[in-house]
Design a protein around this ligand. Structure first.
Ligand SMILES: [Zn+2]
Ligand SMILES: [Zn+2]
Length: 174
């Protein structure tokens, strides 16, 4: 590979390609370099629909655990997608995955939070009874966005109905 002048190399890396990278890897069929959005979409599949949130947009490229996208204006797929679809992320704010799926970049599944809030969310991966706060067991309150355990919610409802039934029985037998 012959050396590229620094200026050409900088222009090439701006276009999303590196010296020595086969052109077609980084370009659309027309020969135009793929945009960041095209690169994201090319590496994305739809996940299982979540009952409250809908389907995750799963980035299938490298992940650590967040989807990584090299040579784009943001190194993480979910941050890049947010910037492209929703706009800039304020300095020292972070994106929290409401769906709990780190490779997902569906902006409806993300919310802008402070680092402290994000840490508090991250610490709560399971409910107090050990059920995972992710996947289909994760319930998102549509009003408040609060994360809750579906299994425990169902159990509370069952216990509540049992108590109501017991009350009705005791009134009948009084
Ligand atoms: Zn998701
Ligand atoms: Zn639970």
């Amino acid at each position: 590979m012959q050396d590229m002048p620094a200026r050409d190399a900088a222009a090439a890396s701006e276009r999303g390609c590196q010296p020595g990278t086969p052109w077609q890897t980084w370009s659309s069929p027309s020969g135009r370099p793929r945009t960041d959005m095209e690169r994201l979409l090319d590496d994305t599949v739809l996940g299982q629909p979540h009952p409250d949130l809908g389907a995750c947009w799963l980035f299938t490229g490298p992940a650590d655990p967040y989807g990584r996208i090299d040579r784009a204006s943001e190194r993480y797929a979910h941050r890049l997608g947010w910037k492209l679809l929703r706009g800039p992320i304020p300095d020292d704010m972070e994106l929290h995955h409401r769906c709990g799926v780190h490779t997902c970049w569906n902006p409806d599944h993300l919310v802008v939070v402070t680092h402290a809030e994000n840490m508090a969310f991250a610490a709560r991966t399971h409910c107090k009874n050990g059920h995972p706060l992710s996947g289909a067991n994760l319930r998102i309150d549509p009003q408040t966005g609060t994360r809750a355990c579906r299994a425990c919610g169902a159990e509370h409802q069952r216990a509540f109905r049992e108590r109501q039934a017991a009350k009705r029985m005791s009134r009948l037998t009084e």
